[in-house]
Design a protein around this ligand. Sequence first.
Ligand code: HEM
Length: 433
Amino acid sequence: MWEVGAICLVALLLLDEPKCKNGKLPPGSMGVPFIGETLQFFSPYPSHDIPPFIKNRIARYGPLFRTSLVGQKIVVSADNEINYSIFQQEDKSFQLWYTDSFAELIGREKNRKLLVDVDQTTRRHLQSWAEHGSVDFKQGASQVIFEFLARNLMSYDEKRDSKKVLDNCKTFMDGLISFPLNIPGTVFHASLQGRKKIVKVIEDILQDRRASKVPAHDFLDHLLEEMKNEDTLINDNVAINLIFALFFASHESTSQAVALLVNFVSDHPDVLAELTKEHETILRGRDNENTGITWEEYKSMTFTHMVINESVRIGSITPGLFRKVVQDVEINGKNLFLAGYTIPAGWTVLIIPSAVHFNPEKYDNPYTFNPWRWQGQELHKGSKSFMGFGCGVRLCVGAEFAKLQMATFLHYLVTKYRKKINENYNIGGEANL
Ligand code: HEM
């Protein structure tokens, strides 16, 4: 009996071994049928490092290897030349997993106007945390960013509308990389339900706005205006999905980035001192210390931007970037060791930014938090060595907003709450203000 079972298992494993019609697959293992190597992939690991799943396989197979995760055939790339060429081939051999019309609609030049709003929202929340005595920065930042986005996207107020979009956002995020098993009780099912509820709220707001004809001067107004054009690509469905996708792309990443930033700064007194110098110089240049941050002041925060980039590099906020392969890709890069492998159409490429961000050939002492390493470096574009906000054609459209939010937090923390943060912040995420 056992023998029959063993033969079946071997047969299944053999069946699962993938073939490549036009070339040689990168080395690696597809794990066990259906599950692949998903369980190993999700084993917990200390943050601020390359995940051990990736590290071990790079050691065994090199920086390009195949695997299978959540039912998908995957080629993992930890090679910066290959990553870079993948980012350059956007829309030819690889497709982004996000809605296409994003960048056009959000626009990259609106952040200047948003500064006043970001400034006021951040100040108000910091004040209320200070009155309360303590805050969990991840959750606190998440609320600030959610409130800001909800207001600017569709004039939604969680307290007033009490529809619990924020909770459902979290449920949706939990299921993003999970087995696509849509049965009650699974994370995936809960995630879909969460998405459904958020979509319903957005849909109701859209219908109400259209019926009332009263403008709210938010992003939804722009979408409704655009929909009146005859040749528009936007319909109700696209508009709802755009707003939903914006919540999802921005919320978790930015709140995590703010929390990490505060954590790193409070752990490095030399960084805090340099930041304080930069921000106190800004205060001294004002007629009235209590006026909000101006665009010129924001642009002068060079060291702050070095700190932000270093936090995003070392914090591995984006653990992986996915691209669907639409036509066979033969690797003929500079790295002869990798040349000759083919990534077949229909597979997915998983790019691992941390493998580049912790590469000692690119960064001296890569595990050390050292904002000064950015001195004289490009701070606002992606590169072969820095892809914290993406790289190539598809840079993060929210990067400027996220940086604006992070810089604003830092400004008020180091000028108004510095001493308390320094003394009382603990790594668990809770700060006494
Ligand atoms: C610290 C915070 C953030 C980080 C680390 C981050 C990171 C990234 C990365 C790495 C990508 C590229 C994804 C890829 O190539 O597959 C990306 C794309 C994107 N991000 Fe962000 N992001 C952040 C905040 C935001 C915010 C605040 C928004 C919106 C307001 C946003 C909206 C987007 C959108 C729409 C895309 C897709 C761009 C496109 O299709 O061309 N992100 N982000």
